[in-house]
Design a protein around this ligand. Structure first.
Ligand code: F6R
Length: 615
């Protein structure tokens, strides 16, 4: 959702800006634009609706004067449609200043009235243009872009990352952020700003996360960070843990295909260094260790795929650590009156670490006195910094908009947390912990064998490319996997898909079953003593009797499903809580292959954004 790049240094900025915007494409956008202070000392902009190629073609046919100071933007439409006019950058009234923005300025209508009354005019429907015109007005009296920013941000409500350049101050880019991400890249004789490190990782791996309510001014040889009042802020540079090649397709047909193939590695990397002598080591949680050991309830907050990972976390925390756990969609949480006790630990889950719904929920929980712990994949992310403690997944950059490898890494991190708490609370013996950790450590190899079935799943998907509706059934840990399978299919292939708890079927959804209805069923292991297996097999028989076409995801050697399923996708043997880490990949691959068979862009599905930075 909206990508932002800023550059100041010693080379022509257009190439840096366009390269950065390309790496931010995964965030999702529908128009793009750049503004550069050319060597002739004048500010030029170009902006176009559509993909980045439309902009680069326009720049090729009508070039602008390049120069060493510039900003670039990909816009995901909120205020006003995805048109050339609404695309960023927006200019101040004298055309000397250009501004780009991610987020929503909630009080823009009031500010616009104020500016209209002063005689200013507007050419777009955006909240951003209001900020640009206001910044231009402040610049005229302040004579300095950083000071003008300070005056502007004091007037804005809502969420924003803003970046601007002014032609009277070449060699300077100023940014500000509130509730929306901004990261600084430290170069040699050049500096960068970006929505995330992908914007500049090609050029430098040293970065600084700009904090809440801070303003940053970059010049080729210096950086300055202050709070909104102008007080200097100490910066803490960090090393970006992956290089630019990690975010390349590397011969795969799509980022999603590559990212699914990286799932075993994502799990292994999330475990790396955290399993020591059969125990879990999570030193990053030391600061909240006592609270965790003494917690009487866990509340998991997340959205979408991350929330389904959260449901698996609930099952693990309840089973291993004996704690009551609730999972809530972040956007529902703070709009009722949630009861948060002193001993409630709030665990938020977010791949991007920037999801506004989750960020706001975490802040609210913190205000209510909860201890907050975040599970994030993106270093330096806002949610991680707003939490008392952060547990990073190490899935590597996830570029495809729909989440795949981040999901398995999130589940892995939650299981580590559950086993860590089980040890701290004495709810499992050291041997039981070791046994579960051994099982977890063995998952990457088992998952590799699941991924080998890719061609078989592709064939299955191709045969269903005209399907209009698919249902997914699961029980216990299979239930969140059914929900995730349905979400993936909706997102990628634009097919109506629903996930149900298999036991719920007879309470209503069975009415949907008609001859030919495709139904995926995640079948639990038959080896477990209190097995759900016979019950799920009965569910399969019920829908088969009504003409459903069943695709079972079942453990190797489970023959009971054979008479009732048209297709069976096999997963290796694993203890029940670990089955989801194996069962999800076939559903991800199925959705991806079906979308590809329909000729759809699996990496950037329509209407979706990778990082949902508005509420
Ligand atoms: C689905 C998907 C979304 C995200 C959700 C939360 O494929 O990607 O449902 O899981 O928007 O995003 P994060 O994890 O970045 O908070």
């Amino acid at each position: 959702m909206c990508g932002i790049v800023g550059y100041v240094g010693n080379r022509q900025s257009l190439e840096v800006l366009i390269g950065g915007l390309r790496r931010l494409e995964y965030r999702g956008y529908d128009s793009a634009g750049v503004a550069v202070i050319g060597e002739d000392g004048r500010l030029s902009t170009h902006k176009k609706a559509g993909k980045l190629n439309v902009l680069t073609e326009e720049l090729a046919t009508s070039p602008i004067a390049d120069g060493a100071t510039g900003i670039g933007h990909t816009r995901w439409a909120t205020h006003g449609g995805p048109t050339d006019g609404n695309a960023h950058p927006h200019l101040g009234d004298d055309g000397k200043l250009a501004l780009i923005h991610n987020g929503i300025i909630e009080n823009f209508a009031v500010l616009k009235e104020e500016l209209l009354a002063e005689g200013y005019t507007f050419s777009s429907e955006t909240d951003t243009e209001v900020a640009a015109v206001m910044l231009g007005r402040e610049y005229r009296s302040a004579g300095d872009l950083t000071e003008a920013f300070r005056r502007l941000v004091g007037r804005l409500h809502g969420a924003f990352t803003l970046l601007a350049v002014h032609q009277d101050q070449p060699g300077v880019v100023v940014g500000a952020r509130r509730n929306s991400p901004l990261v600084l890249g430290l170069g040699d004789g050049e500096n960068f700003l970006g929505s995330d490190v992908a914007a500049f990782v090609e050029h430098t791996r040293r970065a600084v996360a700009i904090g809440q309510d801070q303003i940053v001014t970059i010049r080729p040889d210096s950086i300055e960070v202050t709070d909104f009042q102008g007080n200097p802020v100490e910066t803490e540079p960090f090393e970006i843990a992956w290089d630019a090649s990690a975010a390349e397709k590397g011969g795969w047909s799509s980022f999603m295909a590559k990212e699914i193939s990286e799932e075993p590695e994502a799990i292994a990397n999330t475990l790396r260094g955290r399993l020591v002598d059969g125990a879990v080591q999570l030193p990053e949680l030391d600061g909240v260790g006592e609270v965790l050991a003494d917690a009487d309830r866990v509340l998991i907050l997340a959205c979408g795929t991350a929330a389904y990972a959260g449901t698996l976390g609930k099952y693990a925390l309840e089973k291993w650590a004996g704690l009551p756990v609730d999972v809530e969609l972040s956007h529902e949480f703070r709009y009722r009156d949630p009861v948060i006790g002193k001993k409630t630990v709030v665990v938020s889950i977010s791949q991007s670490g920037e999801t506004m719904d989750t960020l706001m929920a975490v802040k609210y929980a913190r205000e209510q006195g909860a201890t907050t712990l975040s599970i994030c994949n993106t270093q330096g992310a806002t949610i991680a910094r707003e939490s008392h403690a952060a547990l990073y997944t190490h899935a590597g950059p996830e570029v495809a908009v729909a989440s795949t490898k981040a999901f398995v890494a999130q589940v892995t991190a939650l299981y580590l947390l559950a086993l860590h708490l089980a040890a701290a609370r004495g709810t499992l013996t050291p041997d039981q912990i070791r046994e579960n950790l051994d099982e977890l450590a063995g998952i990457p190899d088992k998952l590799r064998t699941v991924l080998e079935a890719g061609p078989e799943i592709r064939e299955l998907a191709r045969g269903m490319s005209d399907t209009r509706s698919v249902l997914f059934l699961g029980r216990h840990v299979g239930y969140p996997i059914a929900l995730e399978g349905a979400l993936k299919l909706k997102e990628l292939a634009y097919i109506h898909a629903e996930g149900f708890a298999a036991g719920e079927l007879k309470h209503g959804p069975i009415a949907l079953i008609e001859p030919g209805q495709r139904v995926f069923v995640i079948v639990p292991s038959p080896r477990v003593s209190t097995s759900l297996h016979p019950k799920v097999v009965s569910n399969i028989q019920e829908i088969r009797a009504r003409g459903a076409h069943v695709i079972a995801i079942a453990e190797q050697g489970d023959v009971a499903v054979l008479p009732f399923a048209e297709d069976v996708l096999r997963i290796p043997l694993a203890a029940p809580l670990f089955e989801p880490l194996l069962a999800v990949a076939p559903l991800q691959i199925f959705a991806m292959e079906l979308a590809a068979a329909k000729g759809l862009d699996v990496d950037q599905p329509r209407n979706l954004a990778k990082s949902v930075t508005v509420e």
